[in-house]
Design a protein around this ligand. Structure first.
Ligand SMILES: Nc1ncnc2c1ncn2[C@@H]1O[C@H](COP(=O)(O)OP(=O)(O)OP(=O)(O)O)[C@@H](O)[C@H]1O
Ligand SMILES: [Mg+2]
Length: 328
């Protein structure tokens, strides 16, 4: 044991052993040096010697429900992650300094946000120049080229906008509005927005949401979430196919269901489709346009409302995405 203690005192992360009665058995030097625990800790209750309220409440939760827990906290100008492991006769706590990791993540997010923001203006200028040239051009051949260029510029604009949305959502800086509104009319708005695309692909849209079904949340964000799901339902469909949106209540959640009769998603791809830039069939998706950020945005919007999105799919038959939003 003394060898183990010596080893634990050398490492650059914190270790704490507490018996099931809540008395501290051991704590390594790291935690004392960082001012997280008092020096005379031995055989004293953890809540008397730990100098951070977030840590105490995290441990209290572990002791009350007997389950492992992970929590992040801030102490002495540094960020930490705390992991608790529950054994039969003791609780082991591991504490790592994540300040540098957080700083790196923040700078990566800021970099993406800054680049995207800086690209917005030149893209808008380029688009309006191309549109003017297109209007003024008489020769069909040149018009075709300009049309193609405008489409590419639109792709760029969508990518930049999606990147800005996703960095804001991930940073948690985005404040959510709370408003109560009719889901049926929100779905109508989404359908109006996508009607041209649905017509072009010969896919019909059906709103099955009942008139009085109300939602509470950030209407603009939930519009974006549904727009992404319905857009996928249209894009990954076949001629004459359908996209239906319905809703119901389930265990304290409002559930929105987006069902399509499209190509479906192979089982092995399902765990990854909510990841940024992931696409099942990159060549087909490239043809269809888009950035591969749609489902990631949808997932983050649901999470920021305290909810989630899941999917059931059958290859060649279609997919059903469900959004679960807690009723507050
Ligand atoms: N309803 C669906 N049916 C079949 N495949 C789908 C469906 N929705 C998503 N996918 C698959 O999951 C991938 C990721 O979807 P996501 O919406 O994130 O990106 P995207 O549609 O390719 O681009 P974007 O939404 O940014 O325009 C898609 O490329 C597609 O392969
Ligand atoms: Mg999409």
């Amino acid at each position: 044991m003394s060898f183990l203690k010596e080893f634990l005192n050398q490492v650059e992360e914190g270790y704490l052993l507490i018996d099931r009665q809540g008395l501290v058995l051991f704590c390594n030097d790291f935690l004392i040096r960082r001012g997280l625990i008092k020096e005379n800790y031995e055989n004293r209750p953890y809540y008397e010697c730990i100098g951070n309220l977030s840590v105490v409440s995290c441990l209290a939760e572990t002791f009350s429900n007997g389950k492992a827990k992970v929590c992040n906290f801030y102490h002495g100008h540094r960020d930490y992650s705390l992991y608790t492991f529950v054994g039969s006769d003791m609780v082991v706590v591991r504490c790592t300094d994540i300040t540098e990791l957080k700083r790196y993540e923040r700078s990566k997010r800021e970099f993406v946000a800054n680049v995207s923001h800086e690209l917005k203006t030149p893209i808008a200028v380029l688009k309006s120049i191309l549109e003017t040239l297109y209007e003024e051009e008489d020769r069909e051949e040149k018009k075709t080229f300009l049309e193609r260029a405008i489409r590419r510029v639109e792709d760029m604009r969508n990518l930049v906008e999606d990147l800005l949305i996703i960095t804001k959502l991930e940073s948690g800086e985005e404040r959510l509005k709370r408003e109560t509104f009719s889901l049926r009319s929100l779905v109508e708005d989404v359908f109006d927005f996508l009607s041209e695309e649905a017509q072009m692909r010969d896919v019909s849209l059906e709103n099955l949401v009942e008139e009085g079904f109300m939602l509470s949340g950030d209407k603009d964000k939930l519009f974006l979430l549904l727009k992404n799901l319905v857009d996928n339902g249209i894009k990954y469909n076949r001629k004459g196919g359908k996209v239906r949106v319905g809703s119901f209540m389930q265990e304290g959640h409002a559930v929105i269901e987006v069902e399509d009769t499209g190509i479906g998603i192979p089982k092995e791809h399902i765990p990854f489709i909510f990841d940024r830039f992931y696409r099942v069939d990159p060549s087909r998706s490239k043809e269809l346009g888009g950035t591969g950020l749609g489902l990631s945005i949808a997932k983050h919007i649901a999470l920021s409302h305290g909810g989630r999105v899941d999917v059931e799919s059958s290859e060649g038959r279609g997919s059903t995405f469900r959004v679960y939003l807690p009723i507050l």
